[in-house]
Ligand binder design. Sequence first.
Ligand SMILES: Nc1ncnc2c1ncn2[C@@H]1O[C@H](COP(=O)(O)OP(=O)(O)O)[C@@H](O)[C@H]1O
Ligand SMILES: [Mg+2]
Length: 329
Amino acid sequence: MNFVEAVGLTKTYTPKGAEPVHALDGLDLSVPRGTITAILGPNGAGKTTAVKVLTTLIVPDSGTATIGGIDVLRRPEAIRPIIGVSGQYAAVDENLTGFENLDMVGRLYHLGAKASRARAKELIDLFDLSEAQNRPVKGFSGGMRRRIDLAGALVTQPEVLFLDEPTTGLDPRSRLGMWDIIRSLVSQGSTVLLTTQYLEEADQLADDINVIDEGRVIARGTADELKASVGGQRVELNLVTPDDTVATVEVLRRYGTSEPAVSNDSRTVTVSVASGPEALQLVLRDLEQQNVALFDAGMRRPTLDDVFLRLTGHTTADAEAETVKEKAP
Ligand SMILES: Nc1ncnc2c1ncn2[C@@H]1O[C@H](COP(=O)(O)OP(=O)(O)O)[C@@H](O)[C@H]1O
Ligand SMILES: [Mg+2]
């Protein structure tokens, strides 16, 4: 059986004087033990709401959820000791040092003074925070903050870890560091449910990806399966002048496996291809023969946007705009 199982979760918010927002609209999820499962979706898709339901912070309007066979809605007090949560709403005290924060979590969970300190020290080492352990968190960099936050979620050695957008807003180097940490957790047997807006992140970390939109899973699979569904690699060309757009589209039609897509300003043209390097070479050769001038030419891996466009017919930006509109009075 799956370690985390959710069926048909719904949650509707009705802000005063505004249209109701269906934050969750029949969400199903399952997370096998010892794996990383990702919820991938744009801003407003319902990721945080799903995590909040599963971690007993809010109660859904309908649906069921179990963790390790325990009913999340009926027995929240039995769920809390076996889960760890790290995310935008996690409690880190700005005025305490890194060490004090972790020690405090241990005390809150009644680990006892000695065990709390020992666990705090262990996590400081594991997360490479020894330099920062005696400094107040308010002076921490973004990357260090995320690490202390994640460390806090691990104090009690939970059986399942919920990570809500663990790398959003981090610089590329801190992001890689975080990925390493998450990978090592799972190699030690942890079960992780992670939310993200980045297909690349889900690709790097997750065994199984659930793409969500408007509170519902709209696709499920491995990163390879999702990428394949949008036609694998793509070739992207940036033109010096929009006068060459028509000629460029014609060339891309010869080598693409999809109809070429043209940006609104007519300067960027992309197409799906079976093999990126091969197609790029042929495309560049043909364009040179036609004297088409390029600012840039390259291969691009599919992003959440590509998957989204394919599955929903709209971009993630549209989905976010839609959410904002729904929220407006
Ligand atoms: N407490 C709340 N009150 C009103 N609307 C909310 C509340 N929490 C979330 N929402 C709305 O529910 C939708 C899903 O939100 P959320 O789960 O935070 O999405 P995500 O984490 O994927 O960005 C959004 O439209 C959001 O504005
Ligand atoms: Mg969120």
